[in-house]
Every structure is written in structure tokens, then in C-alpha cells.
Design a protein around this ligand. Structure first.
Ligand SMILES: Nc1nc2c(c(=O)[nH]1)N[C@H]1C(S)=C(S)[C@@H](COP(=O)(O)OP(=O)(O)OC[C@H]3O[C@@H](n4cnc5c(=O)[nH]c(N)nc54)[C@H](O)[C@@H]3O)O[C@H]1N2
Ligand SMILES: Nc1nc2c(c(=O)[nH]1)N[C@H]1C(S)=C(S)[C@@H](COP(=O)(O)OP(=O)(O)OC[C@H]3O[C@@H](n4cnc5c(=O)[nH]c(N)nc54)[C@H](O)[C@@H]3O)O[C@H]1N2
Ligand code: SF4
Ligand SMILES: [Mo]
Length: 684
């Protein structure tokens, strides 16, 4: 028997980007394991990894191109067609639309099916630029927080994750790493063995809060208020690093004045956190400058989310946490050591300026946009019928008989049900790709097995479509390997890396003077002023608050008994899925149901017991869930998971039937957690 070990990378939307060793026997993948030698993976893969091998040969996989016959949206059937027929149909429809309405009548829709640079950041971008298609603003996940973080720090650059174990204080702030980025846990454990304290700031109990020394159950959407209250105490009690502040920040005097409004009483009224807890946390934070705040994306999925991140990002500037390895605020390192995106994307292929559509507002784009209306939608790496907000409107758009929809997928998702043409996609084990891991590493994925059926990768499909449309530019003939090389070409931090070295070692680390690297040690910050901006002139020039400021949520809870929607429904990441990916596997797990976590008082007020089916609704829509009593959950807050497969749910919908297309204050991000609903027992 021929046994081979191949290096793979987990492609799913997870900061950990595990380095995987794949065992291949007689050409088929038989098992996977985390790479023991990788300093971050350290041989561990999370619980979701058990789905990865069965996915490859699963009976439900889409293996051939298909064309829809009959109704859109689940009622129709699909018939097998050849790749040549599929490509000719797509090229023909696109050519007609280009001639009649222009490229802007075509909308790509993609996000995080794979995070690979080749299959999510390469030929696809070239293709849609060349077509002159409407530009998709990919805002559904991190846009608000990244925009907010940039205001304070200039770029999305944070501490080196490999320094986290040197911290004396670790704060998990709106971040459930035990589910959503578990490779931080061993680092946290090492820090705690040295005596570090772990605090979790999250409205609900989570797997992560259960590991923490202290859990601060903040009211959703009020983090900026809490952080400003902390700053007030730090300044009042002199618990800040005067020298660091003087040398590296702008706006301290104005901030010191401004935070006077954030009294403990006001903070308690807004956040629900008592003055004692506020004081305790502020002193803990102020007395432990060797600290890291691991900021998750949960707290920025609100109308005030950009400012919330901008505000929390000011905290380490006061204590000087940036001086220490691993210290500061760690939200992402996506801009720390950039790869050559320009060479991958080739924006110069565009025929001219084009309009943009924010992906959060897909529903509006498909139902309201004119001049030209969207006539063709091309979906890859995404499952909008499950993940996009305001699901009823999205479905209305996807159901339009005059919309030509292509969906390139591995599994028959809800979105596939709306396709005119379905294309079969490869899994990660059938393609070459390169992945950024936590900003600090590039990991190479090599094909372990031949594509199943007639599956084709995103890269190969866009090359074939470019050919069918007669695009003559040489860049449409680049191979997957060419793309890997181009990603590293002419980049300051990756010039030491080569394709050959990646093949030999699987992974390379960015060139940094030290490990862990301490960013900003030179005192230069990539903001307009060159310093950490406690006050931002640019924000003020845009008519926004120049100082970090708390603005209550737009979708406000009315505390009156007659309020129609008195509960805030959070829908964060589940433990067993990655967004909607693996939803078809998770649904088969014992005891797995679409849960609604609810606290004792809110359940009692509605006569609900554990396991009861409930209806959850607001003006936008409704979905059916099953009660899971969580006695420790604060009143007024209910929780479900972000993206179960609607078609595997009791009423064919998921939580996104209730979420809104409202955009955040900065960055045009999604506001999934802002969602107000009512809950009642389902009619029997
Ligand atoms: N297992 C698993 N892992 C995943 C994913 C998955 O679906 N499943 N998804 C991946 C993706 S796409 C992403 S973006 C990341 C997301 O992972 P995270 O960054 O952890 O983000 P969320 O899951 O949205 O929310 C994290 C926490 O924020 C809390 N939260 C909600 N509102 C607030 C608030 O106002 N303030 C505070 N302080 N906390 C709040 C939620 O209760 C939740 O526990 O995880 C990735 N990893
Ligand atoms: N209510 C609520 N909704 C949310 C969120 C929330 O917090 N609450 N979070 C949002 C967040 S953070 C995110 S990132 C989005 C994620 O939303 P999406 O980006 O849509 O991610 P997935 O749900 O994982 O769907 C990805 C799809 O791509 C397919 N795929 C995988 N690999 C490939 C490939 O190589 N080629 C092709 N063509 N397809 C492939 C997978 O089979 C899967 O169906 O969801 C958002 N939705
Ligand atoms: S989902 Fe995250 S932790 Fe799990 S295997 Fe993939 S990269 Fe690793
Ligand atoms: Mo995300």
C-alpha cells in the first residue's frame, strides 16, 4: 500500500489556520493530524476537524455541474450538465448582460468558505475586475472593528500571539476563544501557570468565561462606556504610564477631561456592571501593564461597534502595555506583514471606476437597486441564504425569476437551492493554496488527493470562465503555484520565503527582529499624527466624535412591559460549525438542535422550560428554536448560534430571519448582535 504524508492547512474561517499533516493511502485521504512541529498548531486540531476527512467523499457532495429545472428556492430540481455547457451558459448570459446593462449588473458574492489567498484572493478578483462587475464590499465580519482599530492605532497590527504567554493579565473581551480560536488556550495556560489572571468580558457565560478567574457579564453594546469608565479611574488614580502617554499618544488632556462624564453610576446604568466591579477591573488593569486584551469580533457587530473597538484600543496606550512582548490589544494582525495583494488582485484590469455594494445589504441590492439592477449573481465561498442578515429580503431577492444566479459549492446549501447553474467545488485537500496564519506565518497547502467527480477549484473555474469570455491577458493563465509565488513577491517581510522552502517546511514566519516581536517599539505609529490617537482629527473632520465616545445602540431595548421586542438576541459562533460550514454535519450530532439560550427570569415570564420549542420573532421575520435554560444568563438577553442551515431547521429558517441590514458606525460592518426580538412558546 502506498502511504504518503502531505502538508495541508485548515482553510476555514478561524484565526488559528492550523498546519495539518494529511495521511494519504493509495491516493485517498485517510486521516489528518495537527502538525506537532508547528509552534502554534502544536499537534492539536479542534473538534470540527473530525468533519474534514468525511467531507471529501461525502455522499451529499456536489460532483457535477447542474442546471435548475423548476422553481427557485428548494422546490426545484437540478439536472446534470457538462462543464462546457455550464461555462458556455454563464459566458453567454454575462456577455448579454454586459452588452445590455454593463458590468455593474453583475455582482460577485463571496466571503470565507476558504481563507486561502489563491482561492479567495486571486483569480476571482482578477475576473470580476476585468468584467467591470459591481465591487462587493466584504464587510460582514470584521469591517467595523478594523475601521475602529485603525482610528486609534493606524493599522490592524497588534501584539505577537507568541508573546501572549508572557502576559500577567489576559482579558478575553467579546471573544470566545475556546470555540473560535482555541490555540490561544495553551498560551493562556502557560501564562496562568506563571500566575497570570484571566478575565472574560462577555454578556453571557461561554466556554471561555468558564475558564476565566472572573467573568464580567456586561450588557450588550456597552463596551465603550465600560472602557471609558475604566479610563476615568486609571487617570484619576494615576494608574497610567505618564512617560508612554507623553511620548506616544495625542489627545490625552482632552481625553482626561472627556472621561469625567463616565462616572461609575453612569457606567452601571448603561452596562449593568457595578461600581465595585468597575473599580476592581480598572485597578487590576492599571496595575498590570504587562497585559493583553484579546478582542473578539462579537462586540463590534453593533451600530456602535467601530467606536467600541476604537475605544478599547485606547486602554493599552494608557498603561503602556505596548512596551511588553505580547502586550496591547490583539484583535488581528491582518495588516502587520502584508502579502502582495495587488499582484494577486490586479485592480488595473478594471475598465474604469465601478459602484460598490455592501455585502451586509445583499437583500437591498437584489430587491431595490436600479441603474442597473443586479441581473446576475455569482456566489462562491459563501452561503448567503444562511449567513446574510434580513433573510426574508435576501430570499425574496434570490427568488427573482429574472436574476441569473451561479453558485459554486461543495455541498447543497440553502443558497444552492436558488441557483440557475450549480458548479462543483473542490475541498482544500484537492487544491494548492497559501494561508496567512495570525498574520505572522504563511502556511502552504498542497493537494493530497485528486479532485472528486468533476469538482474544480475556484482558481481553475475563473481561469476557465476567463477563457470562455475571451479574456486575453496573460494573468488569466497563471497556475495555482504561480499565485503562491506572487503572493510573496516584492514584500519586505516575506522576501526570505520561497515556494520551494514552503514545500519543504510547510510554514515560514515573517522576518522580525525578535520572537515574540514587539510592534511599535520604535515609537512610530501608522496614524496621521504618527502617534496613538486618543483624539482623532480625521474622525472630527468627518463630523464624528474625535474622542472615544459611547453612543447607545440604535435598536434600543424598551423596558416598558408592553415593549414589542424586549429581548436582545445574540447570535455568535457555535462550537461545532464555522459559520454555516459543517452545518450539515453538526445537525446530525446527538442532542444538537437550534438552541435558544434564555435565563431563568425571562423563561419563567414566558412559562418556558428546557427543551420547549419556541417562536422567535420581530418585524423582519421569525424562526423556530428550542429552549436551553441557562440560569446564569442576564435578563433581557437571549442567545443562539449564528448560522444553522435553514433547510435543516424546524421551519426552514435560521436566526438571520430576524437580523437587520443596518450597518455599523464605522466601516459599514454588520450588526448581527443588535437584534431585538420577542420569544414565546410555539403554538402546539
Ligand atoms: N467554532 C467556531 N469557530 C469560529 C467560527 C464559528 O462559527 N465556529 N467562526 C469564525 C469566524 S467567521 C469569526 S468572525 C470568529 C468569531 O469569533 P469571535 O471573535 O469569538 O466572535 P463572536 O462569536 O461573534 O462573538 C464572541 C463573543 O462576543 C460576545 N458578545 C456579543 N456581544 C457582545 C458585546 O456587546 N460585548 C462583549 N464584550 N461581548 C459580546 C458573544 O457573546 C460571544 O461569546 O470565529 C471564527 N471561528
Ligand atoms: N446571525 C449571524 N450571522 C452571521 C454572523 C453572526 O455573528 N451572526 N457572523 C458572520 C460572519 S463573522 C461571517 S465571517 C459570515 C460567514 O459567512 P460565509 O462566508 O458565507 O461562510 P460559511 O457559512 O462558512 O459558508 C462558506 C461556504 O463556502 C463553501 N466553500 C468552502 N470552500 C470552498 C471553495 O473552495 N470554493 C467554493 N466555491 N466554495 C467553498 C462552503 O461549503 C460553505 O457553504 O457569516 C456571518 N453571519
Ligand atoms: S477550525 Fe481553527 S482550530 Fe479548528 S482545525 Fe481549523 S484552524 Fe484549527
Ligand atoms: Mo467572521
Amino acid at each position: 500500500m502506498a502511504v504518503e504524508l502531505v502538508r495541508s492547512v485548515c482553510p476555514h474561517d478561524c484565526p488559528d489556520t492550523c498546519a495539518i499533516i494529511t495521511t494519504v493511502e493509495n491516493g485517498e485521504v485517510t486521516s489528518i493530524a495537527g502538525d506537532r512541529d508547528h509552534p502554534i498548531t502544536r499537534g492539536y486540531l479542534c473538534t470540527k476537524a473530525r468533519f474534514y476527512v468525511p467531507r471529501i467523499t461525502h455522499a451529499d457532495r456536489i460532483l457535477y455541474p447542474q442546471a435548475r429545472v423548476g422553481a427557485k428556492g428548494g422546490g426545484g430540481r437540478f439536472e446534470r450538465i457538462s462543464w462546457d455547457e455550464a461555462l458556455a451558459e454563464i459566458a453567454g448570459r454575462f456577455t448579454q448582460i454586459l452588452a445590455e446593462s454593463g458590468g455593474e449588473a453583475i455582482l460577485p458574492y463571496s466571503y470565507s468558505g476558504t481563507l486561502g489567498l489563491v482561492h479567495n484572493n486571486g483569480m476571482d478578483r482578477r475576473f470580476f475586475y476585468r468584467l467591470g462587475a459591481t465591487d462587493l464590499l466584504r464587510t460582514i465580519c470584521t469591517a467595523a472593528g478594523e475601521a475602529g482599530y485603525r482610528v486609534t492605532m493606524g493599522k490592524v497590527i497588534g501584539p505577537d500571539p507568541e508573546g501572549v504567554d508572557q502576559a500577567d493579565l489576559i482579558v478575553l473581551w467579546g471573544s470566545n476563544v475556546a470555540s473560535t480560536g482555541p490555540h490561544l488556550l495553551p498560551m493562556i495556560k502557560r501564562a496562568r501557570q506563571r500566575g497570570a489572571t484571566l478575565v472574560c468580558i462577555d454578556p453571557r457565560p461561554t466556554r471561555s468565561s468558564r475558564l476565566a478567574d472572573h467573568h464580567i457579564a456586561i450588557r450588550p453594546g456597552t463596551d465603550a462606556c465600560f472602557a471609558l469608565g475604566v479610563m476615568r479611574i486609571l487617570i484619576e488614580e494615576g494608574l497610567y504610564d505618564r512617560e508612554f502617554v507623553a511620548r506616544n499618544t495625542v489627545g490625552f488632556e482632552a481625553l482626561a477631561e472627556h472621561v469625567q462624564a463616565y462616572t461609575p453610576a453612569y457606567v452601571e446604568a448603561e452596562t449593568g456592571v457595578s461600581p465595585e466591579t468597575l473599580l476592581w477591573f480598572a485597578r487590576l488593569y492599571g496595575r498590570h501593564p504587562r497585559s493583553v486584551v484579546r478582542l473578539g469580533w462579537g462586540m463590534q457587530r453593533y451600530s456602535n461597534g467601530g467606536m467600541a473597538v476604537r475605544t478599547v484600543a485606547c486602554l493599552p496606550a494608557l498603561t503602556g502595555a505596548w512596551r511588553h512582548p505580547g502586550g496591547g490589544v490583539l484583535i488581528s494582525n491582518s495588516e502587520a506583514f502584508p502579502i502582495n495583494r495587488g499582484l494577486l488582485h490586479r485592480p488595473e484590469l478594471a475598465p474604469g471606476p465601478v459602484r460598490s455594494v455592501n455585502m451586509v445589504a445583499l437583500g437591498q441590492a437584489l430587491t431595490e437597486l436600479t441603474d442597473p439592477p443586479i441581473r446576475a449573481l455569482y456566489v462562491y465561498n459563501s452561503n448567503p441564504a444562511a449567513v446574510a442578515p434580513d433573510q426574508e429580503v435576501v430570499r425574496r431577492g434570490l427568488s427573482r425569476p429574472d436574476l441569473f444566479t451561479v453558485v459554486h459549492e461543495i455541498f447543497p446549501t440553502d443558497t444552492v437551492d436558488f441557483a440557475d447553474i450549480v458548479l462543483p467545488a473542490t475541498t482544500q485537500f484537492e487544491q494548492t493554496d497559501i494561508h496567512s496564519m495570525m498574520g505572522y506565518y504563511l502556511n502552504l497547502n498542497r493537494p493530497a488527493t485528486a479532485p472528486k467527480g468533476e469538482a474544480r477549484s475556484n482558481h481553475d473555474t475563473f481561469c476557465a470562465l476567463a477563457d470562455a469570455l475571451g479574456f486575453e491577458e496573460a494573468c488569466f493563465r497563471d497556475s495555482q503555484e504561480d499565485m503562491v509565488r506572487q503572493a510573496m513577491q516584492d514584500t519586505p517581510h516575506w522576501s526570505h520565503a520561497s515556494y520551494e522552502e514552503l514545500v519543504a517546511r510547510g510554514s515560514v514566519r515573517a522576518q522580525t527582529p525578535t520572537t515574540p516581536y514587539v510592534p511599535f517599539a520604535d515609537g512610530v505609529f501608522p496614524t496621521p499624527s504618527g502617534k496613538i490617537e486618543l483624539y482623532s482629527e480625521r474622525m472630527a473632520a468627518e463630523g464624528l466624535p474625535g474622542l472615544p465616545t459611547y453612543t447607545p445602540l440604535a435598536e434600543r431595548v424598551e423596558r416598558a412591559a408592553a415593549a414589542p421586542y424586549p429581548l436582545r438576541l445574540l447570535s455568535p459562533a457555535s462550537h461545532l460549525m464555522t459559520s454555516s460550514s459543517h452545518g450539515n454535519f453538526a445537525a446530525l450530532e446527538p442532542n444538537e438542535r437550534p438552541w435558544l439560550e434564555i435565563g431563568s427570569a425571562d423563561a419563567a415570564a414566558r412559562g418556558l422550560a428546557d427543551g420547549d420549542p419556541v417562536r422567535v420573532w420581530n418585524d423582519r421575520g421569525e424562526c423556530e428554536l428550542v429552549v436551553k435554560l441557562v440560569p446564569g444568563l442576564q435578563p433581557g438577553v437571549v442567545v443562539t448560534e449564528k448560522a444553522r442551515w435553514p433547510k435543516l431547521s424546524p421551519d426552514g429558517r435560521n436566526v438571520n430571519a430576524t437580523t437587520s441590514q443596518r450597518r455599523s458606525d464605522l466601516g459599514g460592518g454588520a450588526t448581527f448582535h443588535e437584534n431585538l426580538v420577542q420569544v414565546a412558546a410555539s403554538a402546539p
